[in-house]
Design a protein around this ligand. Structure first.
Ligand code: HEC
Length: 144
């Protein structure tokens, strides 16, 4: 009897989780290179695995090798409190938006020569768009 009740609870739990997942936004519009692209946030989350060793996303989490990216689209340039940016970054880092982040992620060392972010870049425009959508939603920045 107890086991049966547990099974019913588990089934309802799974069903509810399914509904919640379906209700969440999975795409949003990102404007880069003079065009509007559709970001697939689920794919963006997958791409983020390339970044996760060095960054955290929810606001207030710890810095790793790279700064926490919480609220990254709304904070001022060099806005990760208590993080020690490189000298190169201090001379060339903007307040982030779709356009400049797209540029940065394509090839960080071209955007900010001398940056200590050791990452070669993402050559696919669609992958960058997906990732920007995911970053907006997962950093609490709004807009996705
Ligand atoms: C090997 C570690 C590493 C990886 C991998 C990495 N980053 Fe970084 N990232 C850094 C470091 C270090 C900095 C600080 C750069 C500096 O001060 O020169 C940084 C800076 C940044 C910034 C600027 C933050 C700010 O406060 O202005 C963004 C945005 C960013 N990274 C996004 C990403 C994304 C998205 C990915 C994955 C595609 C990624 N990074 C992959 C280490 C990394």
């Amino acid at each position: 009897m107890v086991i049966k009740k547990l099974l019913v609870c588990a089934t309802i739990g799974i069903a509810l989780t399914g509904v919640a997942a379906k209700g969440a936004a999975t795409t949003c519009s990102i404007k880069v290179n003079g065009g509007a692209y559709v970001a697939d946030i689920t794919n963006g989350k997958r791409s983020y695995l390339k970044c996760a060793a060095c960054h955290t996303l929810p606001r207030g989490e710890k810095h790793r090798v790279g700064p926490n990216l919480g609220n990254m689209f709304n904070r001022p340039a060099l806005g990760a409190t208590g993080y020690k940016y490189s000298n190169s970054f201090r001379t060339k880092a903007p307040k982030w938006n779709d356009e400049n982040l797209d540029d940065f992620l394509a090839k960080p060392s071209r955007f900010t020569p001398g940056t200590k972010m050791v990452f070669s870049g993402l050559s696919s425009q669609q992958e960058r768009v997906n990732l920007i959508g995911y970053l907006k939603s997962a950093t609490g920045s709004g807009g996705c």
